[in-house]
Design a binder for this molecule. Structure first.
Ligand code: CUK
Ligand code: CUA
Length: 618
């Protein structure tokens, strides 16, 4: 059996390159005269043969995956790193949450990032670009819950910046520039009263599109818009950022928000905005914020173009050619295709905004997000129908029925994405379907079910589901990135900018960081510099007095890849991990008298359990 299917796979994958083979056609009913599109579009399950061709999710023991998956972690406030196609979870990167695995929210460095907040809601994660593809430098992720933007450095897979977006609530869609590292554009989803506006009067509410500098992570400018903002995208040339708007009504209850038959795609003219911001032309500020704000609400203003699209749209994605932006009508069974080269004429008043729309294909009930392959096809997630619809963009523009296949997914898909879909190098191999309900697909887990993620092979003419995987709620979005583009370091560089605080502290005390073990006392401040090297800490005993403010600076001086230590202090709510050549510092008050063992929580050595010491408070 195994041998047979192996042979079939080889033979058929060859024939499938040039198109659908005869056996497949028969199984789809095509040979009986029904057109391929019609036969597949009715939602027939792919044949057993089709299921055996194409890509495999099997990655053998010791083999490495071909892609990194970057997952937003939803309510968990984190980001997750997977290997694809195996779907093995490789790492959870804490961002807006506290996580003692790595000490995020416990070390001085990360406490400074979080500023006392330990919850978040990550929806959209995107990587920095150069020339339309990933440059491997940064990841950016939003916090919808507290209107923040975080940056992850991909060289160490750690969060290194978190900023608050002023005068915004519900920071939702974000997208970086795709031509080079430049801006990160952030959409506020909730309209709010600012600058003393009356909370009782929704007509006074404001909504802002924000540009953050990707390197300095400072807010450059904001644009005041009509309606609200939702998902975000940028073009490939640095001309436009864009946002779909589902609440052009400015409503505050459901029926008000659903009233209009059309809302819009807002397109931001970056050149016009930056020019006037630079010249200080027409800019204001809001409240205590010093960020220049441009008004994009007037009809025919040069900054924001409002392209009408049906109805309560969700999702905006730019195809790999950079020509088209695709919006979905959450309450319309259609996608809207906008030709980006027409936008300049619309800004110039030569054509109407609506004339930028070149197609509105019917794709299914409740379309949300769209991904792309390298052959001009789009894949749209259809929430209500629980399908992924594959359709052809060129056919849609010609006015032909573009739907190629609808594949059942289980159940209620939110985001989907395809391998390298958000770059010019989309490769048409995989689609990930992030499904909001798993219902009966897994062993019961009580009232809260896991989510279900399905990995779909799109390399052949027929989409085939290859894998169901449970996920901790609730990943919103995911990227599938070629592994060659991501090259994280395996141990820390002790000269890294991350350790600036600890280096300064060491210099102040004349300590050679990572080389010396020393304890200092100034008044009620105790500062400890110590090393960790399997299986011992630099000090087997640390003394303090009740009320002391204790700072412990620990350097893991092991040079060996994967040899991590940690520092956990019993009964002090303090637990951090320390990677090879990393230095961390923790500051806490010695508020309890007695003896408290500190120990290494990472299994590092045969004598790992003995890697501990006494903290004695008198
Ligand atoms: S949103 Cu979640 S399914 Cu926040 Cu990207 Cu569309
Ligand atoms: Cu060090 Cu366990």
């Amino acid at each position: 059996m195994a041998k047979d299917s192996e042979n079939n796979t080889k033979e058929e994958s060859q024939s499938v390159k040039g198109g659908i083979n005869r056996r497949q056609l028969l199984q789809m009913g095509v040979a009986t005269g029904v057109s391929a599109a019609a036969a597949i579009a009715v939602g027939k399950a792919p044949s057993a043969e089709a299921a055996e061709q194409g890509n495999s999710v099997h990655v053998g023991p010791g083999e490495l995956d071909e892609y990194y998956g970057f997952w937003s972690g939803g309510q968990s406030g984190e980001v997750r790193l997977l290997g694809l196609p195996s779907m093995r979870e490789l790492k959870r990167i804490p961002v807006f949450n506290r996580d003692c695995t790595y000490g995020h929210g416990f070390t001085n460095y990360t406490k400074d990032l979080l500023k006392g907040k330990i919850s978040g809601d990550t929806h959209h994660l995107h990587l920095s670009y150069k020339d339309g593809t990933y440059d491997g430098k940064y990841g950016f992720v939003n916090d919808k819950a507290q209107a923040r933007l975080a940056r992850i450095r991909l060289d160490y897979m750690e969060c290194d910046k978190i900023i608050e977006i002023p005068n915004c609530q519900g920071t939702h869609g974000i997208f970086p520039s795709r031509h080079k590292i430049d801006g990160v554009y952030c959409n506020a989803e909730f309209r709010i009263p600012v600058d003393g506006a009356d909370p009782e009067d929704p007509t006074q509410y404001t909504c802002l599109h924000t540009c953050v500098d990707a390197e300095s992570m400072e807010v450059r400018w904001q644009v005041k818009v009509n309606g609200n903002l939702d998902l975000c995208a940028t073009d490939y040339q640095g001309r436009y950022s864009m946002a779909c708007c589902y609440n052009s009504e400015g409503g505050v209850i459901l029926s008000e928000m659903m009233a209009n038959d059309r809302d819009w795609l807002a397109v931001f003219n970056l050149e016009a905005i930056e020019k006037d911001v630079k010249a200080g032309k027409g800019t204001t500020t809001i409240g205590d914020s010093k960020v220049p704000v441009i008004d994009g609400t007037a009809e025919g203003n040069p900054y924001v173009l409002y392209i009408p699209v049906p109805k309560s749209p969700h999702g905006v994605n730019v195809d790999p050619t950079g020509k088209y932006a695709v919006c979905s009508g959450k309450l319309s069974p259609t996608c809207t295709v906008v030709e980006l080269d027409k936008v300049a004429d619309a800004f110039a008043g030569k054509i109407k905004p609506r004339d930028c729309v070149v197609a509105e294909p019917e794709v299914g009930v409740g379309p949300l997000h769209t991904a792309f392959d390298d052959k001009g096809n789009a894949y749209t997630s259809i929430f209500i129908d629980s399908v992924v619809t594959k359709w052809n963009i060129a056919k849609a523009i010609k006015g032909e029925n573009p739907v190629i296949q609808k594949l059942d997914v289980h159940y209620q898909v939110g985001h989907i994405n395809a391998s390298m879909s958000e770059t010019k190098d989309a490769d048409g191999k995989w689609v990930i379907s992030l499904n909001k309900f798993s219902k009966d697909r897994f062993l019961p887990t009580g009232p809260f079910h896991p989510e279900n993620e399905q990995l779909i092979d799109i390399s052949g003419d027929v989409m085939v589901n290859r894998h169901d995987g449970s996920a901790h709620p609730e990943p919103h979005d995911a990227l599938i990135v070629k592994r060659e583009l991501i090259r994280p370091n395996k141990i820390w560089d002790p000269a890294d900018r991350k350790f600036e605080f600890e280096r300064k502290l060491a210099a102040k005390h004349g300590v050679n960081l990572g080389k010396e073990n020393k304890i200092f006392r100034e008044g009620n401040k105790v500062t400890v510099f110590m090393t960790s090297m399997a299986p011992a800490f630099g000090f087997p005993r640390i003394d303090a007095k009740v009320g002391d403010e204790v700072t412990i600076v620990i350097t893991n001086i092991d040079m060996v890849e994967d040899l991590c230590h940690g520092f956990c202090l019993s009964h002090h709510d303090l637990n951090v991990g320390i990677a090879p050549q990393e230095t961390v510092s923790v500051t806490f008050t010695a508020d309890q008298k007695g003896l408290f063992w500190y120990y290494c929580p990472w299994f590092c050595h045969a004598l790992h359990l003995e890697m501990r010491g006494r903290f004695i408070v008198t």
